[in-house]
Design a binder for this molecule. Structure first.
Ligand SMILES: [Zn+2]
Length: 228
């Protein structure tokens, strides 16, 4: 038995596979260990979200429901190049992280889970996140991280066409049955990469809280702060 920070209930956590980060689910809300780690981290750092404006690209239904209930303002987006629109209703829009339509200093907190490895030009996206954050604002995020080596570019866009620099790797994408291509395997230089591209300072922690079903390998949480 444990306590789930996503649904707020006393619950059981059951492993549906050996990769706990994704496979260790809350039987009540089906959240993964990664989702619980992010929500717990945010709950600890920001006791009250009720005065905050939050933006989350490509949210899962569970985190979207969590922020919609708690944040003063919550905007979310999907990435659909055929449908880049400012407003799909319900706070949703289709956004290109490298070129967001939000105004400067629009949000207190940006949250993203396993999104940035799929961005063709992450430096541009980190700069955009910084632009839309208020001074002192935060970007809390997860992504696969390989601290044993520098960041390795897996693919790039050349004149709008994808050029593969390594065997293509795809992750499940609820909006694309082909999956989402991994453009970068981020490594030991990630904090420098973010700092150079956006001016933000990044800390990395490894989340563990067994009673909340937060355990497993590669449970890294990245927290970038825009200078005040
Ligand atoms: Zn739950």
């Amino acid at each position: 038995m444990g306590h789930c920070p996503v649904c707020g209930k006393v619950t059981l956590f059951i492993a549906f596979g050996g990769w706990f980060r994704e496979d260790l689910k809350c039987v009540r809300c089906k959240s993964s260990a990664r989702e619980r780690a992010v929500i717990h981290y945010i709950s600890v750092n920001w006791a009250g979200l009720s005065h905050m404006a939050v933006y989350e690209p490509s949210p899962a239904s569970r985190s979207r429901a969590f922020f919609e209930r708690r944040a003063a303002n919550y905007a979310w987006s999907v990435y659909s190049p055929e449908l880049l629109v400012d407003d799909m209703g319900c706070g949703g829009s289709s956004q290109d992280l490298e070129c967001l339509t939000f105004g400067d200093e629009s949000f207190d907190l940006v949250v993203s889970q396993d999104v940035f490895e799929h961005v063709a030009n992450p430096a541009a996206a980190f700069a955009e996140v910084s632009r839309i954050l208020v001074p002192g604002g935060s970007h809390v995020f997860t992504m696969p991280w390989y601290p044993g080596h520098p960041t390795q570019r897996q693919a790039e866009l050349v004149d709008g066409q994808i050029a593969h620099l390594a065997p293509p790797e795809y992750h499940g994408d609820p909006f694309d049955s082909n999956g989402a291509l991994v453009f970068n395997r981020f490594g030991s230089d990630i904090a420098d990469l973010i700092g150079v591209s956006s001016g933000m300072t990044t800390t990395i922690t490894e989340a563990t809280e067994t009673r909340m079903g937060i355990c497993g390998d590669s449970m890294f949480i990245f927290h970038s702060v825009k200078p005040a």
